[in-house]
Design a protein around this ligand. Structure first.
Ligand SMILES: [Mn+2]
Length: 365
């Protein structure tokens, strides 16, 4: 493997050949299998949130925060789906991991899943065939915070689609039919390679991605959030992670949970994970001697948002103008060698040459 040559090739917008990608995936799996479920990372390091296939915005992230290996990174998952370039995003992150394993840490997000990346397109189509109204009812229920409509969101792909509308639909009139292009990673690999092999190699790597990272023993990074089944960090260490994300339990919760302005726990409208509140978060930080929990998973219009009175948790979001239409700012959070924090903001790249081709079936939600 000539990693440096492959890195410049992918940065130039080309794809690796199918067997090159296979080789890379096998190589990175060997590195990832050695990592702990709570991978220790030293400062200085920069923490990033969701990328979601926005390859050019990822390049802008590196311009903003510095390039690997001059800057060390933790990426908190959700590399794929929704943007046009999931394949390029995941390939470049794998290449950087292979080339500089000590300088980049990749965590698993709820989208690093065979089911989510594969079912996304199929399910939208299915809902469209069924009746537009069903999905609209679902969205209305979520907005009104009615959680009794969980039957609709029990399927993770349904959760994902509703989430897309929910997060992105603020400027749209809910209840009106409008065109949304939904890109799943599976569909993208099919279009770009003509078969599903690339998707298979990549999703096999997903199972090896670690669940969390801990910076200098004081800041825990995880994609979603806390779990009622996890009181101590040691309980994360013993999770068997080398599998598809389960539908419930501690592993699932780490990928799916969200903070909320409540005291303890509540059912999540996503249909997976939990809503967790201020008291359980400050207890978790206290019990584990943490200063902060860093997580991603939720769109933040202003790029970064602290939660709770003691600011014990922060959401970092790194996909600017999410889905090319949300109009949000993105951020990354860096910690220097003294663990002093600096937030860096960035906006959507103007380089859109790799957008599309929009040859997928257009979906109407
Ligand atoms: Mn997520």
């Amino acid at each position: 493997m000539d990693l440096d040559q492959w890195i410049s090739k992918v940065k130039d917008g080309q794809h690796l050949l199918e067997d090159e990608l296979q080789l890379l995936c096998e190589y990175v799996k060997e590195i990832l299998i050695e990592e702990s479920n709570v991978q220790p990372v030293n400062s200085p390091v920069t923490v990033c949130g969701d990328i979601h296939g926005q390859f050019h915005d990822l390049m802008k992230l590196f311009e903003t925060g510095g390039h690997v290996p001059e800057t060390n990174y933790i990426f908190m998952g959700d590399f794929v789906d929704r943007g046009y370039n999931s394949l390029e995003v995941f390939t470049i992150l794998l290449l950087l991991k292979a080339r500089y394993p000590a300088n980049i840490t990749l965590l698993r997000g709820n989208h690093e899943s065979r089911q989510l990346t594969q079912d996304l397109v199929g399910l939208v189509y299915w809902l469209w065939l069924l009746d537009i109204g069903i999905l609209q009812i679902g969205v209305m229920c979520i907005i009104k915070d009615v959680t009794s409509c969980n039957f609709l969101f029990a399927h993770p792909a349904a959760v994902s689609i509703v989430n897309l509308i929910w997060n992105g639909g603020k400027e749209r009139e809910v209840g009106k039919q409008s065109e949304v292009e939904v890109y799943g990673f599976y569909d993208e690999c099919q279009r770009k390679y003509g078969n599903a092999n690339a998707w298979r190699y990549c999703t096999d790597v997903f199972d090896y991605l670690t669940l969390s990272a801990i910076i200098d023993g004081t800041v825990l990074c995880v994609h979603g959030g806390l779990s009622p089944d996890i009181r101590t960090i040691d309980q994360i260490r013993v999770v068997d992670r080398n599998c598809e994300i389960p539908h419930e339990g501690p592993f699932c919760d780490l990928m799916w949970s969200d903070p909320e302005d409540i005291e303890t726990w509540a059912v999540s409208p996503r249909g997976a994970g939990w809503l967790f509140g201020s008291r359980v978060t400050s207890e978790f930080n206290h019990v584990n001697n943490l200063d902060l929990v860093c997580r991603a998973h939720q769109l933040v219009q202003e790029g970064l948002k602290y939660m709770f009175q003691d600011k014990g948790l922060v959401t970092v979001w790194s996909a600017p103008n999410y889905c090319y239409r949300c109009g949000n700012v993105a951020s990354i959070l860096s910690f220097n060698e003294n663990m002093e924090r600096e937030v860096k903001f960035f906006t959507e790249t103007e380089n859109n040459q790799m957008r599309g081709p929009r040859t997928g079936v257009p979906y109407f939600l």
